[in-house]
Every structure is written in C-alpha cells, then in structure tokens.
Design a protein around this ligand. Structure first.
Ligand code: PMP
Length: 426
C-alpha cells in the first residue's frame, strides 16, 4: 500500500494492478456489504467499460440504470469540468444558475403545472426520504393533526435509509433494522381490487385515513415488473377522492429510461395522470450523484421553510451534470432511440432461439430477460466471461438497463450473446 497519496490517485491508479490484485485490496479495505466485486473496472467510453486486466465489456447495466449517456461523454465531461472550474459549491443560503436551471428544466420536462417546485438531493434514497416526509404533512379531513398511513406495494424498492426502508417491502432488507418508521402498509402488487378495497369508507373507518400511496410505475428491483394497465389511473382517482398523495418513485424508470422523460407520461402506463410527487435520481446526473423530488402544484407547499435541507443537494457541479444529461437526451433525440433500440433489443432476444429464454418484459431500455429456469446468476457469470455486463435481478430474470445511447449494432451484439447460451447452464 502506498504511504503517500498522489494528487491524481484515482485516474493514475487505473494503469496499475490486475483484477486479482485489486480484488484482494478491495476485500481488505471496503466494507463487505456488496460481497466481492465481479470485476474491478478502470475505464469507460460510450457503452463500453474496461476492467483492470484490459478486457472490454459491453455495459448493458450502466451502473444500474445510471450512465444515461454512457461513459466519458464529452458534453457531460465538459459541463462538469466547466462548472467545477467556475463555482464548485455554495451553501444553500445561496442559489446558483445551474441549480435554478436544473429545477426549471425538470418542471418543464415533467409538464408540471404552475406552482410546482423541485427539491434537489444527492441520491434516490434521499429523494424518497423527502417524499416520505411530505406524506407526514398531509392533514386529516377534519384538519386536525396529520394522517400517518402510507400505502406501498409488495415487491417495491425505495432505498435503504430508515424511512425509505419502511417503504421498501423486502423482509430481508427490513427485519435486521426494525423498528422502522411506522404507518406503512404493503398492498399486493398490481392488484386493483386490493387497491379499491383499501380506499372504501369501511376500510378507512376501520384503519384510518390514508396519507399517500407510493408506487414505482415499473418495479425495478423486483425483477422489472410493469404495473398493469389502468393501475395508475385508478390510483390517481382513489387518492384524489380521498385527499391522499400519489407519489411515483421514478428513481429507476425516470429520465428517459422507459422511452419518455418519466414512465408515467406514457399513456399506456399513466393514462394521462398528473401525480403529486415524483422522485428521480439514477440517470439524472449521467453518473454524477444527483436526485430530485418534483412536487406538483399544491404538493409544493408540503415542505415549508426550515422543514427540510441538505448540504450538498443542489450542488452546482451535480446540477450542471444533470442539466448536461437532460440537454444531450433532448438534443440527440435519445427518448426516440430508447423506444426504437429498446424494441429491437427486446424482439431480437425474444426471437434469439435460446431454449432458456422465456420472454422479455419491461419498457424502453429497462428490460428483464425472463428465463425458463432459475439460472440467472449463471447467465450473468457467462455474460461477464463473454464481455457483457448484466444483472441477475431475480433467480429467473436478467435485468438490462444499458446507456440510452445504445446503438442497434450493440443491441444485436447483446442478442447474439443470449442466442449463444447453452441449454444446460445449471
Ligand atoms: N427507488 C427506486 C425505485 C430504486 O430503484 C432505487 C435504487 N435501486 C432507489 C429508490 C434508491 O436510490 P439510491 O440507490 O440512489 O439511493
């Protein structure tokens, strides 16, 4: 281990060491929450990354739906560098043009009504925490006190901090950390009858008024499961009639990932609804840590002055990264690219002829290749050997969330990998 820290350590170190050597150092220094790294990566360009052994991989995961513009995009790099060289950080006692322009741009692409506002965060979890705090500000119908019941869905993932974890459904993530903030109930995924039942006068009289319903339009971590058609429209109707918030967690689905700025904006997903709160992160900064909560209309008043804050949220460099990412998506027509290349990728994998591929589900470039057998970990390992980065999101499902710049040639390359899978992988 070096005793002097070179000023350019991060980038200079890339030339040093092998995957094996770095992996050993990793386990001696990095907390074991993720297990050993699959590879240690040193460089990226476009849709490709290189590991410490110099091997090239087609990145079909993009940092889990993060690197919207791929790696080392020149516009993003220039925007970050220019902002850092101009004004790198200020406290939230001050505003910056980057922060203000980002908030304006998010409201524009969200088609948010007048009066809507944005709170900037550093991650998806923080965006969810802010949204959760908003739900605690919803008054009861009599105006006395607040409502504390929040509905979320089984299979839902919303982050790992205590509030976000209370919304996250998976017992293995929750149980070791109980007690979590109270009031959250999980309804069966996509079950319209259960949703209607929760909002009936009898149910409300028995269990209490509902402050909010928090859902992902497409559940990402649960295996890329889109909500059934009509679900969000029903959710909007019921929450509005009851005076509850409809919170959409678009941390994974937003920023073009599904082929529109936000997934709910697609008529077949959202049916033309306007939500109260949308959380966003992942792809927003193109790899730079930045998230946001968009509060539509009246919801903008739920967190009043002094009721929320963050040292880094709204940082000008993070804001410039997000602005550049949104700008390139718009300038280069990447929403259309996601729809076209996503449809091709889906079709080519579905028709690839592999006996272990059952179907492909998802939206745009957030897809799951569903397998006939629970061999997703083996497929992910075979992919890495073949130079493809994918993710075993469920025992029988491989998640693909490539950069939004993916080309048709790269989609065909990915489909050829699936075609090459042997029948017996177990
Ligand atoms: N919400 C959803 C829907 C997510 O997919 C994730 C991350 N997988 C989060 C929240 C948490 O975001 P982050 O990891 O940026 O904190």
């Amino acid at each position: 281990m070096s005793t002097v820290i070179p000023a350019d350590e991060g980038s200079a170190l890339a030339a040093e060491g092998s995957v094996a050597a770095w992996t050993q150092r990793y386990s001696g220094a990095v907390m074991d929450t993720f297990g050993p790294p699959q590879r240690v990566l040193v460089r990226g360009e476009g849709a490709y990354v290189w590991d410490a052994d110099g091997k090239r991989h087609l990145d079909l995961l993009a940092g889990i739906a993060v690197n919207a513009l791929g790696h080392a995009h020149p516009t993003l790099t220039a925007a970050i560098s220019a902002q850092l060289g101009t004004l790198g950080h200020v406290s939230n006692f001050f505003g910056t043009p980057a922060q203000i322009a980002l908030a304006e741009t998010l409201l524009r692409v969200a088609e948010a009504p007048d009066g809507s506002r944005v709170f900037l965060t550093n991650s998806g979890t923080e965006a969810v925490e802010a949204a959760f705090k908003m739900t605690r500000r919803v008054a009861t119908s009599s105006g006395v006190g607040t409502r504390t019941r929040v509905l979320a869905l089984e299979g839902g993932f919303h982050g790992r901090s205590m509030g976000a974890l209370a919304l996250t459904a998976k017992a293995a993530y929750r149980t070791p950390f109980e007690p979590l903030p109270g009031g959250v109930e999980h309804l069966p995924f996509g079950d319209l009858a259960a949703l209607e039942a929760a909002f009936t006068p009898q149910s409300v009289a028995e269990h209490g008024e509902i402050a909010a319903l928090v859902v992902e339009p497409v559940q990402g971590e649960a295996g890329v499961r889109p909500l059934p058609p009509g679900y969000l429209a029903a959710a909007r109707r019921l929450t509005r009639a009851h005076g509850a918030l409809l919170v959409l967690d678009e941390v994974q689905t937003g920023v073009g990932r599904c082929g529109s700025w936000f997934a709910y904006q697609q008529p077949e997903i959202g049916g033309g609804i306007v939500p109260d709160v949308v959380t966003v992160a992942k792809g927003l900064g193109g790899g730079f840590p930045v998230g946001a909560v968009i509060a539509y209309g009246e919801a903008a008043h739920l967190l009043g002055r002094g009721q929320h804050g963050s040292t880094f949220g709204g940082n000008p460099v993070a804001s410039a990264a997000a602005l550049a990412t949104l700008g390139v998506i718009e300038r280069d027509g990447l929403l259309a690219n996601v729809r076209e290349v996503g449809a091709l990728l889906r079709q080519e994998i579905e028709m690839c002829g592999s006996p272990i591929v059952k179907e492909v589900r998802g939206r745009g470039l957030l897809l799951a290749v569903v397998l006939n057998e629970p061999v997703a970990p083996q497929v992910a390992t075979a992919a890495l050997e073949a130079g493809f980065i994918v993710n075993a999101v469920a025992p029988d499902a491989i998640r693909l969330a490539p950069p939004l710049i993916l080309t048709t040639e790269q989609a065909m390359e990915a489909a050829r990998f699936f075609a090459s899978l042997p029948e017996d992988l177990a």
